[in-house]
Design a protein around this ligand. Structure first.
Ligand SMILES: [Zn+2]
Length: 102
């Protein structure tokens, strides 16, 4: 108990697991710029999802994500999310943690 870190924790919208903010993928719905996936700095209402396909599937199939973001996902947003999800597939099988790339 001597080394208690104060890393910010967020909850995955799909499985409800609490993890460090940086180990979750952030999704932000901004009224102006639309949906941002994995962006760190955008303001707006955000949701967090574990970097694995299972959680993304769960989040996208129901309306959990939309509910959380208080928005209706456009076809474009949904397509972007699906695309992002497909990029997770590889890392998931290797058990790697997703890292943002430029
Ligand atoms: Zn999760």
């Amino acid at each position: 108990m001597t080394r208690l870190k104060k890393a910010p924790q967020r909850m995955c919208v799909a499985c409800g697991t609490r993890r460090e903010q940086k180990s979750l993928v952030r999704i932000v719905q901004d009224p102006d710029s639309g949906l941002t996936i994995g962006g760190g700095r955008s303001s707006g209402r955000g949701a967090y999802i574990c970097p694995n396909v299972e959680c993304w599937n769960k989040a996208l199939k129901g309306n959990r994500l939309e509910h959380r973001l208080r928005t209706t996902l456009t076809a474009g947003s949904r397509a972007a999310l699906l695309q992002y999800m497909s990029s997770l597939q590889e890392s998931d099988t290797n058990g790697k943690v997703f890292t943002e790339q430029e």
